[in-house]
Design a protein around this ligand. Structure first.
Ligand code: ADP
Ligand code: GLC
Length: 486
């Protein structure tokens, strides 16, 4: 199959969260299965300045937004040597510090920036003569592509056999814009209805992807069920339900060439299942030094690496910080909402020497925390997948998670008797609930035998991409075998 992925971020070019990991990793695994892959990404300043090898392949193309002719260019780079990454260049839209916004909030012209991105992608397919069987679109930024294919381009022979798959990485980010932005899209007003991309009088690009794609996926089985309920549906539960026949929950995988303590290039000492004790000790010592923390030799260290958003529940960690700092230490790496950044820094000041905080996006430090901590905290309010839970298992850094979405699928409660399970989870969003999970975890940590069994069980969990890639492959084939043109 010829598969074109369209997304607003991917490693190693541009990343703000787990979406980038998925888009940088899944294509490689699909290539291993014998498919031909391409990826489309905006040519952000971050990409421009990232030192990647790029070449201009097409001097210019023009697309129309409202009545305005907008020019773009196409550049080409590559992933893993032979996967083409198509970069959509328009400096007015993408040559900015952030991907989606600045400290002041989202960029005001995001509707225009990502409408352009979708139209440019379709332009690219035509001008470069690409023949994708599947266009796999990720999140709201790519949501208009399925809409165009089922409306404006319905009879365009270049797309006659193309099928679309749309993946929801986070239903809370929908790309909702005023009705006044509708003309930008060039879509007919017939699409601006509750059955189409209209959402309470506004334009909703994520909804567009969900309604018009041939198949819809999300990144874990539990989240695929949760988003059909009022509690997790963010107002789109009815829309998601209406696609339930074509909705699939496929759990993300991990790229173990990047996230494996035996090969990790960012950590103080590499270690594996048999060298765990000494390796981890060195990584922990170096992490404590880096944050200027002082802990007793055997005291547990808790780590947290996260976008600092309401979703991630850092306020719950703040409530547990008193007890954590009495029994051990805590390191936090995060960036995001100012409110939560401030909260984290207050914890650092309050629990001086026990809590370390870095407000930044820092890839190497994320690896060091994953390796150097004993436990990894993920107290999310909701979590579509939660890649950090998958990554930390491999490092023998035991996840303590809230039982929601992908976290609920990834973590099986540890049973000291049988030695089964890989972590700890709690259900209620309360101080008592997180504390009770932390206490249970530290009890196991204090006893040599159960601790060893837990580590063994966690480190042998295998979440490589092969299985999910095969599930996507099956879904692509199914979608292609059905007659889905309107
Ligand atoms: P989400 O996509 O919702 O942010 P995930 O856990 O699925 O959550 O993925 C987050 C990814 O981003 C992981 O690879 C994690 O290590 C990384 N990450 C998050 N915050 C930071 C940060 N401040 N610095 C470095 N990496 C981060
Ligand atoms: C989103 C989700 C996260 C998921 C990631 C990759 O950002 O919040 O749970 O792991 O996408 O799919």
């Amino acid at each position: 199959m010829d598969i074109l992925m369209v997304a607003s971020e991917m490693v190693p070019f541009a990343k703000t969260g787990g979406l980038a990991d998925v888009v940088g990793q899944l294509p490689k695994e699909l290539e291993n299965l014998g498919h031909h892959l391409g990826i489309v990404l905006p040519y952000y300043r971050m990409v421009k300045e990232g030192g990647f090898e790029t070449e201009h392949v097409n001097p210019e193309f023009v697309t129309t937004l409202s009545d305005k002719a907008v020019q773009g260019e196409i550049l080409r780079a590559s992933l893993a040597e032979h996967i083409t990454v198509w970069l959509i260049k328009n400096d007015h839209y993408y040559d900015r510090d952030g991907l989606y916004g600045s400290e002041k909030g989202d960029y005001e012209d995001n509707a225009e920036r990502f409408t352009f991105f979708c139209r440019a992608t379709l332009e690219l397919i035509k001008t470069m003569g690409l023949k994708p069987d599947i266009i796999h679109c990720h999140d709201w930024q790519a949501g208009l592509i399925p809409v165009y294919l089922k409306t404006l381009l319905k009879r365009d022979p270049s797309f006659a056999t193309v099928r679309t798959v749309f993946t929801i990485h986070n239903l809370a980010y929908q790309g909702v814009f005023p009705k006044a932005d509708m003309p930008l899209t060039g879509l007919p007003w017939e699409a601006f209805t509750p059955e189409g991309i209209e959402f309470y009088g506004k334009l909703n690009l994520l909804k567009g992807g969900i309604v018009y794609a041939d198949a819809v996926t999300t990144v874990s089985r539990t989240y695929s069920q949760e988003i059909q309920t009022k509690e997790f549906g963010c107002g789109l539960e009815g829309v998601v339900q209406s696609r339930k026949e074509d909705l699939y929950g496929i759990l993300n995988g991990a790229d173990y060439t990047e996230w494996d303590p035996e090969k990790d290039r960012f950590i103080r000492k590499n270690y594996g299942k048999t060298t765990y004790l000494s390796g981890k000790k060195d990584c922990k010592r170096s992490l404590l030094e880096e944050f200027g923390l002082e802990l007793e030799e055997d005291a547990p260290l808790f780590g947290l690496v996260s976008r600092l958003a309401h979703q991630k529940g850092i306020d719950l960690v703040a409530e547990a910080a008193d007890e954590i700092s009495r029994c051990g230490g805590l390191v936090i790496l995060g960036k995001g909402d100012e409110k939560y950044e401030r909260l984290a820094l207050e914890l650092r000041d309050k629990y001086h020497g026990k809590v370390g905080v870095r407000v930044a996006f820092d890839e190497p430090l994320a690896h060091e925390i994953t390796a150097g901590s004993d436990f990894f905290l993920i107290p999310s309010r909701y979590e579509p997948c939660g890649l950090n839970a998958i990554y930390s298992l491999k490092y023998g850094t035991i996840p303590i998670v809230r039982a929601t979405g992908g976290l609920d699928d990834i973590i099986i409660p540890f049973d000291p008797e049988s030695g089964s399970g890989n972590g700890f989870k709690f259900h209620n969003l309360s101080k008592e609930a997180i504390l009770s999970a932390i206490r249970e975890a530290t009890r196991v940590y204090e006893e040599k035998d159960p601790q060893k069994r837990l580590l063994q069980s966690a480190m042998k969990c295998d979440y490589s991409w092969e299985k999910p890639a095969r599930e996507y492959e099956k879904l692509y084939l199914k979608t292609l075998s059905e007659d889905r043109r309107l």
